[in-house]
Design a protein around this ligand. Structure first.
Ligand SMILES: NC(=O)c1ccc[n+]([C@@H]2O[C@H](COP(=O)([O-])OP(=O)(O)OC[C@H]3O[C@@H](n4cnc5c(N)ncnc54)[C@H](O)[C@@H]3O)[C@@H](O)[C@H]2O)c1
Length: 223
């Protein structure tokens, strides 16, 4: 389960989160069409293939700088390009990871994040045994050098993968050091000052939803 807040009373138009969440579905679908050599696709066809209402698709895509042609639909490659631009996947965003344990190490080794515009430039950890290591080609430094190294890393995003009991303290330190966007993987609901973007991501919350739906299914006896 993930939620994004832009804690900024002065922010301009904020796209509805459900719209932003659906756009990557269209992108993945368009990638498949492109690989299959399909040149044009209509919102009706997209609707049939990915099971989203076609009027909702048309509304979602109206936010983009592209128009579909009557009776032909959208040019697949152009729509894919526009979606990637809109979603920020084409732009590289430098990030640092705080906490290079199980989850932090996995993220450091996930080359796929780069394809989605996230370039992790360094990891930081309080554990001295991790200092000086390289995970997934990314150097890991001690937390004591965090403030000193940060300006040179040109990072705009801080990824938080520390134990929940120190999440808030780590968050405060990252924000004080000048980072404006946080991707929080801990189950702790951290609070941030106005103007800081925060994205909470927890697979555990998704598990809870799945268990709840499974229980419901088992009780209603639906096959
Ligand atoms: N979001 C998810 O889907 C998901 C999945 C698994 C774990 N988690 C959460 O991610 C966090 C990390 O989980 P893990 O399994 O990788 O734990 P872990 O214990 O393997 O790693 C935590 C790392 O943080 C470091 N650390 C501790 N305090 C620190 C501090 N003040 N500053 C910098 N580094 C510090 C530790 O030395 C360790 O290397 C936990 O909060 C966990 O609940 C989230």
């Amino acid at each position: 389960m993930s939620t994004t807040q832009t804690n900024d009373k002065n922010s301009q138009y904020v796209f509805p989160e459900p719209t932003i969440r659906r756009l990557p579905w269209y992108l993945a679908y368009l990638g498949r069409l492109k690989d299959a050599g399909v040149e044009y696709v209509s919102s009706t066809q997209i609707s049939k293939d990915i099971n989203v209402d076609s009027s909702m698709i048309a509304k979602d895509l109206s936010h983009l700088n592209i128009k579909g042609k009557t009776r032909i639909g959208y040019h697949v490659a152009s729509l894919e390009h526009e979606l990637q631009e809109f979603l920020g996947f084409k732009r590289l965003h430098n990030a640092v990871i705080i906490g290079t344990g199980s989850l932090g190490s996995l993220l450091l080794q996930d080359a796929g994040l780069y394809d989605y515009g996230l370039r992790i430039v360094a990891g930081f950890d309080v554990d001295p045994s991790k200092e000086g290591s390289v995970i997934g080609g990314v150097p890991v430094y001690g937390m004591d050098s965090f403030e000193e190294r940060l300006p040179g890393l040109k990072a705009e995003i801080g990824v938080i993968t520390v134990p929940a009991n120190c999440a808030q303290q780590v968050c405060n330190r990252i924000v004080d050091a000048g980072i404006h966007a946080l991707w929080n993987f801990t189950p702790f609901r951290i609070t941030v000052p106005e103007g800081i973007v925060i994205q909470n991501t927890s697979i555990y919350a998704h598990l809870a939803v799945m268990y709840n739906r499974l229980d419901l299914r088992n009780h209603t006896g639906k096959e």
